[in-house]
Design a protein around this ligand. Structure first.
Ligand code: C2E
Ligand code: MG
Ligand code: MG
Ligand code: MG
Length: 281
């Protein structure tokens, strides 16, 4: 009986596997449709100066508005786009949309855009970025690209050369999710970063984990002594903001200050750009 049962559950497993494969196929089909049908959107989350509370930057965060399933998070569809060979197309869309949007913000407010490690592979990233800037008229100094350590693990001299070229144009380079990868000190010294973003997992565990405090304090000290802007993500509580500020962290991002929202809501009363938007050119 035990044997039969095992076979039974095995069959159940295969059925479930089959279902998962079909589900994935459907998602891929839907995603192709999403790109063609304009279902991708870019939302914006404020990054504030922790001393003054002023918005200094907005991070562009991609969203997929699925016609039946509602918003699908980038943690789902960015890996999908990478697998399907569509990440360059998605990246171009996000850059173009976000750069265009940012031209209507006050000149001192910057834009940051996430870049997938795969966008470094085919060598088009530099021209994609330069095209987006020239098509929209956004000054290069107002753009920051967020990369993760995975980019730096790519073999060969390519990422280093691309990053140096981007910097030469005046574009900022942020090391995102800092502390979650290998966080090798040599990375920090070998690439011309302008900002470190402390990963939200450290901020989340600030309250009850003295190790997180130690890591945060060390990273802030390290970043500052290298002349980099230090930002922290995932700030949800005043206590977290206060601690980070007191340790000298320059910028903060998190639900305490605002969630990512569609561009047209940034200028709504009570939101960060209220009364400050420049008329579109
Ligand atoms: P990320 O770049 O580290 O972005 C921060 C993520 O933390 C965002 O999730 C944001 O909504 C979320 N977050 C912000 N404040 C808080 C908070 O106070 N608490 C919590 N729990 N979460 C907070 P989101 O928008 O789901 O994006 C997830 C990841 O997807 C991003 O992580 C980024 O790696 C990737 N991503 C988003 N847009 C793009 C894109 O256009 N291109 C690429 N390649 N990746 C993208
Ligand atoms: Mg980011
Ligand atoms: Mg991050
Ligand atoms: Mg992340």
């Amino acid at each position: 009986a035990a044997k039969a049962e095992r076979r039974g559950s095995c069959k159940g497993f295969e059925a479930r596997l089959d279902e998962a494969v079909q589900e994935k196929n459907k998602l891929e089909k839907d995603f192709r449709q999403a790109i063609l049908g304009g279902q991708l959107e870019v939302h914006y989350q404020p990054i504030v100066n922790l001393d003054t509370g002023a918005v200094e930057c907005y991070e562009a965060l991609a969203r997929w508005r699925h016609p039946q399933r509602g918003y699908i998070a980038p943690d789902i569809f960015v890996p999908l786009a990478e697998e399907m060979g569509l990440i360059d197309q998605v990246g171009r869309f996000v850059l173009q949309s976000a750069c265009r949007e940012a031209t209507s913000w006050p000149e001192e407010v910057k834009l940051s855009v996430n870049v997938s490690p795969l966008q470094f592979r085919n060598g088009n990233l530099l021209s994609t970025v330069i095209n987006a800037l020239s098509a929209t008229g956004l000054r290069a100094e107002r753009l920051e690209l967020e990369i993760t350590e995975a980019v730096l693990m790519e073999k060969g001299p390519r990422p280093a050369a691309i990053i140096r070229n981007l910097r030469a144009f005046g574009i900022g380079i942020s090391l995102d999710d800092f502390g979650t990868g290998y966080s090798s000190l040599s990375y920090l010294l070998s690439y011309p970063f302008t900002k470190i973003k402390i990963d939200k997992s450290f901020v989340l565990s600030l309250q009850n984990d003295t190790n997180s405090r130690a890591v945060i304090r060390a990273v802030i000290g390290l970043g500052r002594s290298l002349g980099l802007t230090v930002a922290a993500e995932g700030i949800e509580r005043e206590m977290e903001r206060d601690y980070l500020r007191s340790e000298g962290c320059a910028q903060g991002q998190g639900y305490l200050f605002g969630r990512a929202m569609p561009a047209h809501l940034l200028a709504e009363p009570g939101n960060s750009l209220a009364g400050k938007r420049r008329s579109a050119a």
